[in-house]
Design a protein around this ligand. Structure first.
Ligand SMILES: *Cc1c(COP(=O)(O)O)cnc(C)c1O
Length: 389
């Protein structure tokens, strides 16, 4: 849709003249694309941490599950709360650190905890016992990411020790790749080898938990040996590249997120007019400027680097001067000259397609000196998310 946005997507009239559109069909297709690669039996865990990579976890999680994902993962216990409140009953794995003081909440919310130390395991066991329940846990193994987890040699005694905790259900064991999105898979193979040798040892000792998993999106797409019992996909399910240069998505995946806004104001600038705080930009010719109701407090960064431009009438409109907290001024002089007047209410695209132009999260990441993951997950909660399609 170009030109004036006539109908608000927000039936209650609240909303905002900036919003995120999430395409249901793209999410469904991305799940299908992953399912095709892993087969019908293997489990698919949809990673919805960081508010579903900025897409709204409560909006996307039910769609992923309906489309064929089996389980969910979040980074923190608090991220699971809105999902349970939204009525999601699927298993949810907390990938990160769950301190002992959250053990009771983890049991009450029927979550699955990641464990890599006996103190946490004991706290979870005690909380489950006190509530007359059991809690599933997955043991984290550090095979070379050097973030969370036990070294492989520490895992067999750890699993043996966990047997004394009667209220823990040791359901899974997992590791995480450091370089699966790089073209050079040497170290990913090394990590997988370490994990597989450990699994064989556990198997022989009768200690192997039923669900072994390792693959993120990049490994799911490029390292089928790593599929094991379950894959944990995030970025690919949103239709974004695991790495824009070295691990782009194959054809068939589609980005689900667009970020749009409506022009708030249009004005003429005379030579010598300064724009925005500090007058960092000064017009040197007659210009037309448009104001968009989006700023750094929406996750549209001010510094050190900004978006450079947005799309209006299917053409790039460069940012003029400093990005403000809630508003940004853009140059529409050339757009007006070639495509006619820009008016209040006209559609602005910050991420997504408009006409023949596309501004992808990958391209924005390049401009901001970061990655697409960072671009979408930093879009703040005050930008409303709506499902389309
Ligand atoms: C974020 C995360 C994933 C998903 O990674 P993608 O690259 O988004 O597929 C999988 N496993 C763990 C442990 C993670 O932290």
């Amino acid at each position: 849709m170009q030109g004036n946005v006539q109908v608000s997507r927000f039936g209650d009239g609240v909303g905002r003249p900036t919003w995120i559109e999430i395409q249901r069909e793209a999410l469904v297709e991305n799940v299908r694309q992953i399912r095709r690669r892993i087969g019908p039996e293997r489990l698919l865990m949809a990673v919805v941490k960081a508010n579903g990579y900025g897409h709204d976890a409560s909006l996307v999680a039910p769609i992923f599950l309906e489309a064929g994902a089996d389980r969910l993962a979040v980074a923190t216990l608090a991220e699971a709360v809105p999902l349970r409140q939204a009525g999601v009953t699927a298993p949810i794995l907390i990938l990160g650190y769950t301190p002992a003081w959250q053990a009771e909440a983890a049991v009450r919310l029927e979550l699955t905890a990641t464990v890599y130390d006996l103190e946490t395991a004991r706290a979870l066991d005690q909380a489950a016992a006190a509530l007359g329940r059991r809690i599933p846990v997955h043991v984290k193994v550090n095979t070379g990411m050097n973030r969370l987890g036990l070294l492989p040699e520490a895992v067999p005694p750890f699993l043996a020790a966990l047997q004394m905790y009667r209220h823990l259900d040791v359901e899974g064991i997992f590791t995480h790749f450091a370089t699966a999105d790089a073209e050079d898979k040497t170290f990913a193979h090394e990590q997988l080898g370490r994990f597989q040798r450990l699994l064989a040892e556990l198997e022989a000792a009768g200690l192997r938990p039923p669900l072994a998993h390792a693959a993120n999106s990049a490994a799911t797409l490029t390292l089928p040996q790593a599929h094991l019992d379950m894959v944990r996909c995030g970025i690919a399910l949103y239709g974004l590249d695991p790495d824009v240069d070295e691990c782009p998505l194959p054809p068939g995946f589609r980005p689900a997120l667009s970020w749009k806004a409506q022009v708030a104001h249009v004005m003429a600038l005379q030579p010598g007019d300064g724009v925005s705080y500090g007058h960092e930009f000064v017009a040197s010719r007659p210009m037309v400027a448009a104001v968009i109701p989006v700023g750094y407090a929406d996750g549209f960064p001010r510094a050190p680097l900004h978006w450079r431009n947005v799309l209006i009438h299917g053409a790039p409109a460069p940012i003029l001067g400093r990005v403000c907290m809630d508003q940004t001024i853009v140059d529409v002089t050339d757009i007006v000259a070639s495509a006619g007047p820009v008016r209040q209410g006209d559609e602005v695209v910050l991420i997504g397609r408009q006409g023949r132009q596309e501004l992808s999260a990958e391209e924005v990441g390049r401009r901001l000196g970061t990655i697409n993951y960072d671009v979408v997950s930093r879009i703040l909660a005050r930008v409303p998310r709506v499902l389309v399609g």
